[in-house]
Design a protein around this ligand. Structure first.
Ligand SMILES: [Cu+2]
Length: 169
């Protein structure tokens, strides 16, 4: 089971300061400067995750931050959409930022279990706004399986690209 770290706040840091020292989040005791960040929405309003593919170590926390528009980062899991089979390691809890609409709103999640995690944006999955996080080694599991045919075609297409990347050279 993943340990849940649920942190949500508004406007305590901007995504443009990613490379800098993000220590200003009042909800977090540790330095955000060491926390991998996934921006939801691009600087010009692009409908995508930045980055859409990320490798971290087991135990690391990822912070999802709304950069523009209205987006979510939602693990592929029946608890988040009961039409869907899981696309995160078996037995792990899914996360869901829910729809974020205020710039700077952020949500953090600690990834304890090694493997591959696929996630999507609730409003934009149909146009291929999906992402992948590899925790430790890209162990075989649901996150490396071929995308289910009930997923939107553009999401399937993008997931195939991300899975190929996750498997590595
Ligand atoms: Cu979106």
């Amino acid at each position: 089971m993943d340990r849940r770290i649920f942190l949500k706040g508004v406007g305590f840091f901007s995504v443009t300061a990613l490379a800098g020292s993000l220590v200003g989040c009042k909800h977090e005791k540790t330095s955000l400067g060491k926390t991998p960040i996934v921006a939801l929405g691009g600087p010009k309003g692009e409908l995508a995750f930045f980055p859409d593919r990320l490798r971290i170590q087991p135990g690391q926390t990822v912070t999802f931050v709304l950069q523009s528009g209205g987006h979510s980062a939602t693990a592929y899991h029946p608890k988040n959409n009961n039409r869907y089979q899981t696309r995160i390691p078996e037995g792990t809890e899914p996360w869901d930022t829910d729809l974020l609409v205020e710039k700077g709103t952020h949500f953090s999640w600690a990834f304890q279990t090694e493997g591959v995690y696929n996630y999507f944006c609730r409003p934009h999955e149909s146009i291929g706004m999906v992402g992948v996080i590899v925790v430790g080694r890209a162990l075989d599991g649901p996150g490396l399986s071929p995308p289910q045919t009930e997923l939107p075609p553009l999401a399937q297409q993008k997931l195939k690209e991300l899975i190929s990347w996750a498997k590595g050279p």
